[in-house]
Write a protein that binds this ligand. Structure first.
Ligand code: PBG
Length: 338
């Protein structure tokens, strides 16, 4: 029998103290992971046009930025590198003095407690802008330009080990290749990094919300798109299959990306895999929309941002990668008088 409710929910809303007491979801700065874009050069702090408040930094700027992030109570950053040169295999990606490797050294030296997550993918490093090695025609059975799964895995394993050697704390492969987590896991183990966790971008949709990121990371595909390896936004059962595969391959944490149009996916993955921490990626396009509308005075940036981030947590995310992290951490720390 259904319970008969005779009390009124409204009774629990009439004062701020009471509302705080019965609140089901609490947003904390400790939930956030802040993305950082790193590039070569000196004294570079270049704002990304479509992402006001977000910058590409040169390595010398990172110590200060890392301190600021950590002092706000944000426990982790995720790094994206813009290499000096791109080529078909993305060689700088696994170079000892690559841009991300340099960035890890500087951040860990400045703030050892700040957790450094590294995105392991090829799209920022390849001249064609795709997330792997592509078929140049040598495999006649596959379409030209198709991302070749298995050769890509070897490169990703090299990148992961190189990030680990530079001092990364969490390896986050984002390329959605089959067997990616397993390949990276065994490469890390062999290299002596069996303690490093893998955060897999297990559920990544082929989304138009990544638009501003491609400006930030200078990584738009030069032809075609990513629909052969990223998921169709129309699917959700497939998200559970993708997650199950990654769990079986040894993923320590799962991710759903983007977040806001995929709250149902976050909820489904959370309920299907309650044992694993779940990360949601509140992506560049989601950030850009809020910034643009707020700049026009059409939305209250602070209220809207906190509402969105709370909804992502309510849906089931344990952690949120978000460009709003620093602002949100300040807003949570200094509540509005009202
Ligand atoms: C791949 C990667 C992308 C994003 C994060 N990692 C681009 C893509 O998948 O095409 C996008 C994140 C965002 O839009 O904020 N290295």
């Amino acid at each position: 029998m259904k319970p008969q409710f005779t009390s009124r929910p409204r009774r629990l809303r009439h004062s701020p103290a009471l509302r705080n007491m019965v609140r089901e979801t609490e947003l904390n700065a400790s939930d956030f992971i802040y993305p950082l874009f790193v590039r070569h050069g000196e004294n570079v702090r270049a704002e990304i046009k479509s992402m006001p408040g977000i910058y590409q930094f040169s390595v010398d700027q990172l110590a200060q930025e890392a301190r600021e992030v950590f002092e706000l109570g944000i426990p982790a950053v995720i790094l994206f590198g813009i290499p000096a040169e791109k080529d078909s295999h993305g060689s700088e990606n696994f170079a000892k003095d690559g841009i991300v490797q340099q960035a890890i050294h500087v951040i860990k030296a400045a703030v050892p407690e700040l957790i450094v997550v590294t995105d392991v993918c090829m799209c920022e490093y390849t001249d064609h802008g795709h997330c792997g090695i592509i078929n140049d025609g040598s495999n006649p059975n596959l379409p030209k330009g198709y991302v070749l799964n298995d050769p890509t895995l070897e490169v990703l394993a090299k990148v992961a080990v190189s990030h680990a050697q530079a001092g990364a704390d969490i390896i986050a492969p984002s390329g959605m290749m089959d067997g990616m987590v397993k390949g990276i896991r065994s490469a890390l183990d062999v290299a002596g990094f069996e303690h490093l966790p893998i955060l897999s971008y297990s559920v990544k949709y082929a989304s138009a919300f990544y638009g501003p990121f491609r400006e930030a990371a200078e990584s738009p595909p030069q032809f075609g798109d990513r629909r052969t390896h990223q998921m169709d936004p129309a699917n959700v059962r497939e998200a559970l299959r993708e997650s199950a595969l990654d769990v079986n391959e040894g993923a320590d944490m799962l991710m759903v990306k983007p977040a806001l149009s995929y709250l149902d996916v976050i909820h489904r993955v959370h309920t299907s895999f309650p044992e694993l921490p779940l990360v949601a990626y509140n992506v560049s396009g989601e950030y850009a929309m809020v910034k643009a509308a707020s700049a026009n005075g059409w939305l209250d940036e602070r209220a809207v941002t906190l509402e969105m981030l709370t909804s992502i947590k309510r849906a089931g995310a344990d952690m949120i990668i978000t460009y709003h992290a620093k602002d949100a951490a300040r807003w949570i720390r200094d509540p509005r008088e009202s």
